[in-house]
Write a protein of this length. Structure first.
Length: 280
């Protein structure tokens, strides 16, 4: 099997991981605080590691990691339905990995997919267990229907964070510069924290977090890439600042200002990298 074909298969797997991460995070946030929600978030984090391994392998094969999100199994009125959807999504993943392990002959890639497959089988068991437990003990959907300006602003923030997470991860895979790669990874992790804080805040105030992203800048020339990052960071720092000034809620103000300060820090990091890049 040629490189291009392997890249196509690995990108399918990567898209599946992307879908799983968002599906599981949505469920974990909607269940609020609690042991099961934490365990589901931990599973989402394992899917992020899978995504990372797949993307790095795709780049080694001179491919480009896909930014598309694979199929999700959302919907369902009750938490028990969500858990059953998560079981089904793991089944989709398991079937696909088995198929790809059979189709690919490169031993190293086969081994990697086998490693991921064993995690998915364990997740499958976890979700079956959660589904049973919820059936037995019940679990609450803690989302509310509040849809005012505050919730809209926080959801805007989630959309922004999700977009830059994808952008910085994509750039970290595509750049050949190890210092830039490391910074992009660090900032992506920080943006993931922001996304989690915003989602939890929305739940706190009886809203419904929406995890959707906007357009991701896919330039790969280093200076252009960093400039795009600087522009977006500046824009959002200003937006978080505006939202913080607008709110009367002291806790919310504190959260927005904290994120704003991080975004200012990110602007400065990217500015330094850009200057370094221009100086050669
Ligand atoms: Fe999984
Ligand atoms: Fe952020
Ligand atoms: Fe940022």
């Amino acid at each position: 099997m040629g490189k291009d074909k392997i890249v196509t298969l690995l990108n399918q797997d990567l898209e599946g991981e992307h879908g799983a991460i968002i599906q599981y995070l949505s469920h974990a946030y909607a269940m609020g605080e609690g042991e099961m929600a934490c365990e589901i978030e931990a599973i989402a984090r394992e899917e992020m590691r899978h995504l990372d391994w797949l993307a790095e392998t795709i780049v080694e094969l001179e491919g480009t990691p896909s930014l598309n999100r694979g199929k999700m199994r959302m919907g369902g009125q009750l938490v028990a339905d969500w858990m059953r959807n998560d079981v089904l999504l793991e089944e989709d993943g398991i079937a696909l990995y088995k198929e790809h392990i059979k189709a690919i002959d490169d031993p190293r890639i086969k081994r990697l997919l086998g490693r991921i497959l064993s995690d998915e089988e364990s997740h499958h068991g976890d979700f079956e267990h959660f589904a049973e437990k919820v059936q037995r003990e019940g679990a609450k959907d803690v989302r509310g229907s509040r849809q005012d300006r505050v919730v809209q602003t926080l959801n805007w923030g989630i959309g922004h964070e999700y977009t830059v997470i994808l952008q910085y991860m994509f750039q970290s895979y595509m750049t050949a510069n190890p210092e830039i790669k490391k910074q992009l990874e660090d900032q992506a992790i920080n943006e993931m924290q922001h996304l989690g804080w915003l989602a939890e805040k929305i739940i706190d105030i009886s809203g419904n977090p929406r995890i959707e992203h906007t357009e991701v800048d896919q330039t790969t020339r280093t200076a252009d890439m960093l400039q795009a990052d600087i522009n977006i960071e500046r824009e959002v720092a200003a937006e978080y600042d505006r939202a913080a000034k607008e709110t009367e809620d002291p806790k919310l103000k504190e959260l927005l200002l904290r994120i704003r300060d991080h975004e200012i820090y990110h602007t400065e990091v990217f500015n330094d990298l850009l200057r370094g890049e221009e100086l050669g």
